[in-house]
Design a protein around this ligand. Sequence first.
Ligand SMILES: Cc1cc2nc3c(=O)[nH]c(=O)nc-3n(C[C@H](O)[C@H](O)[C@H](O)COP(=O)(O)O)c2cc1C
Length: 345
Amino acid sequence: MNSSIQIVKAAIPAGWKRNLRALFFSPMRTLDLVTNYLYDMKRYLKYSSTLQFFDSETQLRSWIDADAHKLEKGLALAAPRPGFGKGVAERLVREIDLYRANHGMSLSLETAVSVLDSYMTFTCGCDIEYAPLFSDINRLTREIELDKQRAGCDTIVKSEWLNSAQQDLSGFFRSRRSVRDFANQQVDPQSLLKAVEMAMYTPTVCNRQAIKAHAFTRPESVAKVLQCQSGNGGFGDKVPAAIVITVDRQSFFTSGERNQCWIDGGLFSMSLIYALHSLGLGTCCLNWSVTKDQDQSLRSIIEVEESDAVIMMIAVGHLKDTFKVAKSARKPVEEFISFENIKKP
Ligand SMILES: Cc1cc2nc3c(=O)[nH]c(=O)nc-3n(C[C@H](O)[C@H](O)[C@H](O)COP(=O)(O)O)c2cc1C
């Protein structure tokens, strides 16, 4: 029997074998892919405000943050258009009132009302009917105690900006490498806090800041978390601290934003890695390229919201006096950049 199978196998040309294999595996892989896409889609539909606008506190707060930001960035333009943003300001007032009625106070409200106050100052001279909106903004500024420093525009002096920004960082960027061999030393949670304080200045879409870094420094917690991740084989048991980055889907509104979690979370993660590098700590990104079952296994171990998307993990630790890192050679810079890549008509 076996030998007749072998004879048939040998008779099939190599190209056909590939096609037959693809024919056999494609439906299974497609099904697997669709199942995992559906898992993501279900979560996005359930938790983002694509279908429901203001069902949760976070959804409503994210609309407030985004609308306040729209006005704030309009005010920061070189020459804001007189009368811009009236519809957004009116909606923001309604959102603030709704939030206060259902959830009380939040720092986002303070920021939003401060923005409305700056917006009112800007729009005062405009030849547009603003009386009802202004009376609403005045009511909110009376009712809500404001820290006016939180919102509006800053005027930047170029020389001061350059003083803090212009440093040759090429050595800093080049010296960061993925570390997979850490010193046997605990990581102080305070240094993780300090790094997050730096990383939180990472831009986020409409300043929605839907990110959370879940830090673990106790050996038993680090072990539990890393056990759910498959890329730390051979070094995971010696990782002193782990960070799981999540982003809350409730802060996203449209089908166009369906992948925004990974963008905002990825940008934040990179900042955090550089912040940790600046503090002298070693890091290694750990992928969260997982199927729904793996995703659920992590959710059964750590406290994350059901609406959170897990973006990735970061292994963190102190450096040994000497240690090895993979060279991870880079492609030439020309492969990373293109100029004027516009299609010919
Ligand atoms: C999102 C992401 C996930 C990664 N996941 C893993 C991982 O699971 N295990 C690992 O050892 N390295 C992981 N890496 C590290 C890459 O292998 C490494 O960044 C790359 O080879 C470049 O090397 P360098 O970081 O030393 O410059 C990951 C990197 C990124 C950006």
